[in-house]
Ligand binder design. Sequence first.
Ligand SMILES: *[C@@H]1O[C@H](CO)[C@@H](O)[C@H](O)[C@H]1NC(C)=O
Ligand SMILES: *[C@@H]1O[C@H](CO)[C@@H](O)[C@H](O)[C@H]1NC(C)=O
Ligand SMILES: *[C@@H]1O[C@H](CO)[C@@H](O)[C@H](O)[C@H]1NC(C)=O
Ligand SMILES: *[C@@H]1O[C@H](CO)[C@@H](O)[C@H](O)[C@H]1NC(C)=O
Ligand SMILES: *[C@@H]1O[C@H](CO)[C@@H](O)[C@H](O)[C@H]1NC(C)=O
Ligand SMILES: *[C@@H]1O[C@H](CO)[C@@H](O)[C@H](O)[C@H]1NC(C)=O
Ligand SMILES: *[C@@H]1O[C@H](CO)[C@@H](O)[C@H](O)[C@H]1NC(C)=O
Length: 647
Amino acid sequence: MFARIDKDTESRIVLGAIMSLQSLFVLGMQYGAKANSIPPVGGSVSNSMNSEINGVIVKWDASCTKKLKSEGNRIPAMNLLSEMKRKRSPQGAYDLLVSLGIWQADEDLGLLRSGFQLRFDDSEIQSAKEACSNMHDVDELLNIREDLSFQKVYTIDSASTTEIDDGLSVEKFTKDDGSNGKRFWIHIADGERWAPPGSRVFDIAKQRATSLYLPQGSIPMIPEILCTEKMSLNANAEKCSLSLGVELAPDGSVIDSSIRMTASTIKVSYRLTYDDVDEMLEDGIAYNEEWELGELFAAAKTRRDYRIRNGSAEAFVPTQIPQYSISTYTDDVSHDNVGIALNIQVSHNGGKNQSMVDCHDKSATMTYATPVSAASMLVTEMMILAGEAVGRWKMWERKQNSHGCSQDHLRHLLRIPFRTQPSPDYRSRMREKSIMEDLLNNDTGGGLCHAWYARRFFSPAEIREVPSPHSGLGIECYTQWSSPIRRFGDLQVHATIKRYLRRKRMMEMKLNGSTIPSNITFNDIGCDPELFATEATLPLLNMTDTDIDFTHGLASLKAARVVQRSSQTYWMLEFIRRIDRSKTFEAVILGCRNPSRKQYMIYIHELGLEWQYTSPVDNLTSGTRMVVKATNILPRNGQMTLVRVHF
Ligand SMILES: *[C@@H]1O[C@H](CO)[C@@H](O)[C@H](O)[C@H]1NC(C)=O
Ligand SMILES: *[C@@H]1O[C@H](CO)[C@@H](O)[C@H](O)[C@H]1NC(C)=O
Ligand SMILES: *[C@@H]1O[C@H](CO)[C@@H](O)[C@H](O)[C@H]1NC(C)=O
Ligand SMILES: *[C@@H]1O[C@H](CO)[C@@H](O)[C@H](O)[C@H]1NC(C)=O
Ligand SMILES: *[C@@H]1O[C@H](CO)[C@@H](O)[C@H](O)[C@H]1NC(C)=O
Ligand SMILES: *[C@@H]1O[C@H](CO)[C@@H](O)[C@H](O)[C@H]1NC(C)=O
Ligand SMILES: *[C@@H]1O[C@H](CO)[C@@H](O)[C@H](O)[C@H]1NC(C)=O
């Protein structure tokens, strides 16, 4: 029998219940967390908790998470767990949520802890729909969107890719001197057309900063209707693109004066997979019917050689350590319907052609790793080329027209973020340098030991707005802008480039007395359109693109990498856990991590996995082959112990 309760009491009960559940979520999320892995952003609870209960709208924000994390506020969850006779611990909370069916046994707790938004809410999806029908194309208005739909454009991605952000083409033409010229075109999805600064979708992307790629699927930065449809360079439809055309010198260097950058309309002729292109390169089609692919591949090889000659990472580390990546799929045979697929890949092979399995290479490493695909090398080189060319274009524009006319200062108004990496610093590290060289010359561990040891000499890349070299890529400058659908930083680069092109056009129109369309906005050109009204008040650098911040989202990108890595590790350990426990693995010692604790890093070929091995003895040497077995596997805690098997 229930007594009638008044509205106030009801609200208190509802809020108490919500508080307990939220407290339970926060506690459960800590299961398996390392002591120092404090979540970077709030909002994780809101992923499961923003809702309306009995008319009480519960809005969750970062401060609530903070409150619940302090010891005192575990109390609601702890009380609930006691009442239910369950373990009063993060694991108890996790088990309860799983048994209630709210979480899955494989719930990605690292992802929840990170606070990344897991989905788009209704109003965000609505904004994306509205963006699709946005007719305001300022590039059309200013007559600077070039029609390149006559070009034969290819996109090359993996079969599962749904956000297609780059396409490639080759244009042949006759030069002024009568000789034949080739221009390589890199077309990048024109994300800014549908998500310009100031728009709701731009803010949605800004908040997320990046798409997340996880074993169980991806979480896009921009709602699907835009990222896989309107923006994506899908075949056989007219698509808006930002296109860069460039000619190469015979040695592979960029001819600065040849660079063309324009908003465009393109029509992708073929959507190809890496496998398709590898096949076409091998069976010759790429040199006949689809000669463009052959040309692109030849250019990619020239570029790779050019960068290697200039000391790129491919030259510095000739043998790469193949790395695993895991994806899951629905598998009816498995007890939990989750199948785990392991893929082991090398990111490059120093420019060697290993697109066909080399029968003479009997090393354990190449038995398991997929050889480098020619197609993926082609795409990689073209994207690096685009990244170098855009920086060179900025410098070239700056150099142009320095004859004192009023248009001149416009050339300063192009903002581009450069990704720079200093060269390895050997000062005071001569001993380490000579160890590294020995490892290379002795081919210790088939080159893997050198690759592992060399990492200590790589500095992290930094973002700067002045052109600075990238030593890992072996080029004078490098800007990321090829994934505006997946990286907010790239979307911002599109905005600054396109605004620059628009301001330049408006300047031209002003100088020759044409009428500038009146419905151009600040968001279109990154400064007050009134500034173009009189010559005396032209925009200055500090008055343009004040809404663009290239450092925005760097912390989220870092957090994304942590989440992606921890998910990968979880699933790798789960993969090993499911293997027969007596299974042994061939491994090689990459190097010693801590001599006094006898900690070594070893590499397991069959898994593409680097893992720590604590040895009973301290005299192991790099390159030693051994056989190991995995024990004590705790995927949730990221733990696994390797023991050496003695014969
Ligand atoms: C802007 O003005 C031009 C004419 O100057 C017009 O053609 C166009 O439709 C207008 N509207 C938008 C949304 O750009
Ligand atoms: C790679 O080398 C093999 C011969 O070793 C050759 O047949 C093949 O065409 C080459 N592949 C490419 C894409 O150049
Ligand atoms: C490499 O070989 C040289 C000479 O054979 C030897 O002295 C040196 O210890 C070896 N270094 C390593 C790191 O294996
Ligand atoms: C070669 O790479 C270095 C950085 O390691 C860079 O400073 C230099 O400009 C590059 N040279 C060319 C020609 O790209
Ligand atoms: C003025 O410049 C614009 C942009 O370059 C061009 O489209 C237009 O035809 C020019 N008009 C005259 C009168 O020269
Ligand atoms: C922008 O820079 C100019 C000259 O460098 C300076 O005179 C002006 O005050 C600056 N404006 C702002 C808003 O900082
Ligand atoms: C390493 O040390 C152990 C005893 O501590 C010894 O049995 C073994 O032979 C040594 N191995 C090498 C390669 O020196």
